[in-house]
Design a protein around this ligand. Structure first.
Ligand SMILES: Nc1nc2c([nH]c(=O)n2[C@@H]2O[C@H](COP(=O)(O)OP(=O)(O)OP(=O)(O)O)[C@@H](O)[C@H]2O)c(=O)[nH]1
Length: 131
């Protein structure tokens, strides 16, 4: 049985749009769309983790608005506990360190993406929020 990995991710609001990122060919789950984020480090809390990961991967600073429901998903070869945060863009120029691409989308466009499977319930929950 594979060990569970704790991963934080951020639904980033910028100019009333939502930032989504595409995984590169070299990453696990190649070319899938996801909310950027990454693995929780030893002794790190979830909010420090998401702020650090977004700075490292996207080069921007964020403010946390709300935590959404986590989703445990088994990919077969690995299992993750995906911990989502709704966040607001604060500052910085978007520069991708690892991802292949990103988009700033309207809510109505989110359902059309080829998402990493673990993100699907998170997209659903976000679409039900009244924001
Ligand atoms: N950051 C992020 N990872 C996600 C999401 N959904 C999802 O299934 N994952 C998975 O969670 C795992 C952790 O992501 P990561 O970006 O820190 O690590 P990685 O696998 O690219 O790095 P690694 O190859 O060094 O292990 C990845 O296997 C990724 O496929 C998501 O929305 N955001």
């Amino acid at each position: 049985m594979s060990k569970i990995i704790n991963v934080t991710c951020a639904i980033i609001l910028k100019d009333k749009k939502i930032l989504v990122a595409q995984r590169s060919e070299k990453m696990k789950l190649p070319l899938k769309w996801e909310f950027p984020g990454g693995k929780l480090e030893f002794n790190e809390n979830e909010t420090d983790c998401i702020k650090r990961e977004i700075k490292e991967e996207i080069n921007i600073n964020i403010e946390i608005l709300q935590k959404l429901s986590n989703n445990i998903h088994d990919y077969g070869t690995f299992k993750i506990n995906l911990i989502p945060f709704l966040v607001q863009y604060i500052s910085g120029e978007i520069k991708l360190a690892e991802h292949k691409d990103y988009r700033l989308l309207e809510r109505s466009q989110l359902s059309n993406l080829d998402w990493a499977e673990a993100d699907l319930p998170i997209v659903e929950e976000f679409l039900k929020l009244e924001i």
